[in-house]
Design a protein around this ligand. Sequence first.
Ligand code: SAM
Length: 286
Amino acid sequence: MELTNIGTVRDILSRHGFSFSKGLGQNFIINPDICPKIAEMGNAAPGFGVLEIGTGIGVLTAELAKRADKVAAVEIDTRLMSILDETLADFSNVKIFNEDVMKCDLRGLISREFAGLRAAVCANLPYYITSPVIMLLLESRLPVESITVMVQKEAAQRLCARVGSRESGAITVAVNYYGTVRQLFGVSRGSFMPSPNVDSAVIRIDPAAEPRLPEYEEKFFFKVVKGGFSQRRKTAANAVSSQLGISKEAVYEALKASGQNENARLEQFTLEELMDFSINLHRIAQ
Ligand code: SAM
């Protein structure tokens, strides 16, 4: 079935009485070049199980299923289930979970569904939960080799920014902490139905095999990053002391121990500088 043919898509949707939900971020891909590229650049290959988040009518799901050994897909919208039964009828290696990805036991799902396989994530993410989904995937340290996702262009720029640059944010620090990230290609708004108001881009995150910090340092590090970046125009001393309830003197001492001056701002730190500052602050504030 040609799921990028507008006529075919309209026919399926109208036969099933389906109307798009803006709230669920439903913009389906109709440009035939995009899904094969995401699948090929996202590890959909023999020996792999691929987890997809948000199937829509299954346009990407089908391209993943053609290439990978198995596809497990999580889709929240129950109205799409009968559509997927029809559009994915030719594939015996796809399993759909009608669940909210934010509440799903993804680790359990991967170990059950992909036993003996390598694992990857591929998705055209619903835009309203881009950052929470990416953080969930990274924080839960899923045993996946790559996370290849389409996000809004602005989100891609932030995710792929250099840590320490103006464009970076707490999420930039997080993806660089957990692995490496790069932009694969841009996608214009006309590639979707309905067409959104912004362009998109596909990025790939390759999670690191080993954590950079021990668990107790990692927890504190993310408190510092989230607190510090929530007031990013303030000096590190002001932001961190007010957000974490640590005295300014302790923050000054940690800055000094890290070779930073008292007026430094967290958003200017590299990842290594942030980790160094966090370790010093943790030791001094204890
Ligand atoms: N993969 C399809 C495509 O590329 O055409 C659909 C992508 S569309 C941008 C996002 C999909 O995610 C929608 O089908 C939407 O119903 C689904 N979705 C939204 N929130 C979700 C959630 N919390 N859990 C699982 N799926 C969700």
